[in-house]
Design a protein around this ligand. Structure first.
Ligand code: AMP
Length: 265
């Protein structure tokens, strides 16, 4: 496995990859959700590139950025074991050199939910994704269903800017108790982790209410067990309708969603 730290190193490594290339953009602190993206990329492509970059421009909260978990040595070991061919792990200055001033804004898809709770978040996501797509030139890029609005933003970006790649959605990987895996879960104390389970169970309640013809948002809100939420909201992804929510457990912010209709591919 090649670890590229600079754009020049990445371009060199990319030029040596033959056949189709799958890209999984990540911010590291790998868990089984990331590994599912790598596996999906491995299954459909001749080569797999993973980017490992805690993108500062998508953080609206400096304390969230500084507390973001990082363990590069472990990540590189796991990527190697997963059969990843190239890891692109640049320094911040490599992607945002002095004088950087060009931003991508996916106007409509970035509105509401995460876009409203985290101003500027999707501008940072769309910009770094476009840069990664330009640098890696993948045939397919893999994103988790867990970040459903991100998926909608990236799909729109690809369509609107005529990028030549396919965006693939990978189902959310959960712990046995239902909590969606997230790099931020390591910040939860055992007591907070137990409280956090109200988020997936409220979403399940919402989905159940929807199946019975009821109001999923209302049902999920009622089942949140006092957990403070930023939003509980429906998100129409075109081919799928999801019920999404963001909750705060102590100082950690968690997001999750469930599929109500359709399928994400
Ligand atoms: P992150 O490193 O948190 O930015 O996530 C990198 C990619 O992994 C994104 O496309 C996420 O949607 C995806 N991802 C994160 N958590 C999960 C999960 N529990 N299941 C599936 N994909 C996930």
């Amino acid at each position: 496995m090649i670890v590229a730290r600079t754009i020049a190193e990445l371009r060199r490594a990319r030029s040596e990859l033959g056949g189709s290339v799958g890209l999984a953009p990540t911010m590291g602190a790998f868990h089984a959700g990331h590994l599912a993206l790598f596996e999906a990329a491995r299954a459909e492509n001749d080569a797999v590139v993973v980017s490992l970059f805690v993108n500062p421009t998508q953080f609206d909260d400096p304390s969230d950025l500084s507390a973001y978990p990082r363990d590069e040595a472990r990540d590189l070991r796991l990527a190697g074991e997963a059969g990843v061919d190239v890891v692109f792990a640049p320094a911040v200055e490599e992607l945002y050199p002095e004088g950087f001033q060009t931003w991508v804004e996916v106007a409509e898809a970035s509105r509401g939910l995460e876009g409203e709770a985290r101003p500027g978040h999707f501008r940072g996501v769309a910009t770094v994704c476009l840069k990664l797509f330009n640098l890696v030139r993948p045939d397919r890029a893999y994103f988790g269903q867990k970040d459903a609005q991100q998926l909608a933003v990236v799909r729109r970006l690809v369509r609107d800017l005529d990028l030549e790649l396919e965006i693939r959605a990978v189902p959310t990987v959960r712990d046995a108790d239902g909590l969606a895996l997230s790099s931020r879960n390591v910040r939860l104390s055992p007591e907070e982790r137990a409280r956090a389970l109200a988020l997936p169970s409220a979403l399940r309640e919402g989905a159940e209410a929807y199946r019975r013809g009821g109001d999923p948002v209302e049902a999920a809100r009622a089942a949140l067990d006092g957990l403070p939420v930023d939003y509980v909201s429906l998100l129409d992804l075109g081919d799928a309708l999801v019920l999404a929510a963001a909750a705060r457990v102590g100082s950690t912010r968690l997001i999750d969603n469930v599929l109500l209709e359709g399928a994400l591919t």
